[in-house]
Design a protein around this ligand. Structure first.
Ligand code: HMG
Ligand code: MG
Length: 306
């Protein structure tokens, strides 16, 4: 088997579902994870352990993490695969660790407005809280991934200064995150913005192999943003099957870049992802039907009509 040249972090079961109002049955979530794994995704964010008042859709995180099919993913024979769970605080970390989770993701915002709305604290407090969670996780032998939201714009505060993003990235890396995913939460950035920000971060000492891209697709720029980041040397990208995704605290933002669209783009360029595109397309069609919504993946739709 060819080693993938880019790593895709499938966030469908977490980012993809978190903003859906109608309760998605736990069985459907488990089936989604199973199908994604079967399609060759090697990193899948399984759920989040957050306040059920903040994100009612993922209030069944304990059932998901406690199910035998998910527990099996935490066994040592799954080496090389990653199944992170998003946690906002020590409480979330403890619940995750008690369920056998081997990797968590902490998240902060580069901007005050979204930080307050999303995690009810200032940027400073968010950095401190994420640092504490990361430190405890590392002590428990749990790997930690980091997210920085609102890299280009905040829904309340407007444009984000690059220095604010740099501060968050360096804090998360210093806290022990093995990589930091740059979140365009509102999906407003374009390739020129991506280029400028990556140049800024790397020229200030952030290694490109510590960065991942997390692009929402509100303005239809997400695939182009991924390609731009790739040409800047980035090799890890977050995406959601069927282009699902969004955050209740970022009103109007659309889903993540669709995993099918990314895989299609990379495979056309001869860049391996390790993903079986046909199976992924099937999964995108299946989950769209389950959620009674149209498939937001352009490649997924095109390939499923063929
Ligand atoms: P708070 O109200 O300040 O916290 O919320 P609190 O400690 O006072 O707790 C409030 C209630 O939540 C309490 O319950 C706690 O027990 C409970 P009550 O006593 O009132 O019944 N609670 C929890 N329950 C389960 N798991 C936990 C947990 N923590 C507290 N871990 C808090 C602060 C951070 C908890 C809250 O604001 C929160 O959960 N926020 C998460 C919001 C969220 O998940 N947003 C979406 C994910 S981020 C995202 O989508 C962006 C990303 O995709 C990247 C990008 O696109 O930019 C990652
Ligand atoms: Mg997101």
């Amino acid at each position: 088997i060819q080693t993938p040249q880019v790593r895709i972090v499938e966030v469908g079961p977490r980012d993809g579902l978190q903003n859906i109002r109608e309760k998605v049955p736990t069985q459907t979530k488990l089936e989604l994870i199973r199908r994604l794994r079967d399609a060759g995704l090697r990193t899948i964010e399984l759920t989040s352990v957050v306040s059920p008042r903040a994100i009612p859709q993922l209030a069944d995180c304990r059932e998901v993490l406690g199910h035998s099919s998910v527990k099996a993913l935490f066994q040592p024979d799954q080496a090389g695969l990653r199944f992170p769970v998003l946690v906002p605080n020590v409480k979330g970390l403890e619940i995750a660790v008690n369920h056998g989770v081997k990797e968590v993701a902490v998240f902060i915002s580069a901007t005050e407005g979204f930080s307050k709305a999303n995690i009810n604290c200032s940027v400073e407090q968010g950095i401190a809280r994420a640092g504490e969670v990361a430190g405890l996780a590392r002590k428990a032998g749990v790997a930690v991934r980091g997210y920085v939201s609102c890299i280009f714009r905040d829904p309340f505060d407007g444009p984000t200064p690059e220095a604010a993003v740099l501060r968050c990235v360096t804090s998360l890396l210093a806290a022990g995150c093995y990589e930091v995913s740059l979140g365009d939460t509102l999906g407003v950035g374009s390739p020129s913005n991506v280029h400028t920000l990556i140049q800024y971060l790397t020229s200030h000492g952030v290694p490109i192999d510590k960065l991942a891209g997390h692009f929402h697709d509100t303005y239809g720029q997400a695939v182009a943003n991924v390609w731009e980041a790739y040409t800047c040397g980035m090799r890890v990208f977050d995406s959601s099957v069927g282009g699902l995704g969004g955050c209740p605290f970022a009103p109007g933002a659309k889903g993540n870049v669709a995993s099918e669209d990314l895989v299609y783009m990379f495979h056309n360029a001869g860049i391996s992802t390790g993903v079986d595109l046909a199976k992924l397309v099937e999964t995108g069609e299946w989950i769209s039907r389950q959620l009674s919504q149209s498939n937001s993946s352009r490649a997924g739709k095109a390939l499923s009509i063929k």
